[in-house]
Design a protein around this ligand. Sequence first.
Ligand code: COA
Length: 193
Amino acid sequence: MPWQPSDRLLAAKPEIPTGNAVMRLEDADDISQIRDLLEVSFPGFGEADLVDNLRRDGDLVLSLVAEDDGIVIGHTAFSRLWVEGEGAPFPAVALAPLAVYPEYQQHGVATRLVREAHACLAARGETLSVVVGEPAYYGRFGYSNKRAARFISEYQSPYLMALSFGAAPWEGRLAYAPAFAALSANDPIQDHD
Ligand SMILES: CC(C)(COP(=O)(O)OP(=O)(O)OC[C@H]1O[C@@H](n2cnc3c(N)ncnc32)[C@H](O)[C@@H]1OP(=O)(O)O)[C@@H](O)C(=O)NCCC(=O)NCCS
């Protein structure tokens, strides 16, 4: 059954004001608004270019927007990431980027985006998500460095974290989508999400 946004997961966090924002899959009309958001949210054009390039290359597994009265106020993307080891490469996803306009922050919009994205990914059969980011933030969604500690990656550090929704490897080399190469060349590791 195709995934549909739902408030099911939000029921566990009733204290978070959710406003009128709707979480939904991106469509073609959102692309320029997503770019605007990412240009405002991160220094330089790295993250905006990353998402455009992932989309161009067919590597976007999931792109969700938070829309409020027709405006894209938040966005997150998950792209294909392969875990290479013995046997066939294992398909995982990489969470990057995640952004909400400053005036809409601190109202749980990013939390809703990430939780809805995880529900969608799990419903589609994805079992492993990896992020490079602030442990204090991503830890609230269940990401941990412990889950990612045995992966071989250019991003290996305390900021590399993983979350599994099902059976998935604990070891192997992480192969990010080619679009990440340009981001790596320009940005420090902490800016990768
Ligand atoms: C990070 C971001 C997406 C959060 O959006 P948001 O809609 O305000 O997030 P929520 O309302 O769901 O959650 C807010 C919480 O995140 C925390 N938070 C925000 N940025 C954080 C960071 N870099 N490190 C740790 N915690 C952070 C806030 O302190 C707040 O904590 P609280 O719930 O204990 O009060 C937003 O601040 C943003 O777009 N930042 C610029 C882009 C960016 O840095 N993205 C990568 C994030 S690591």
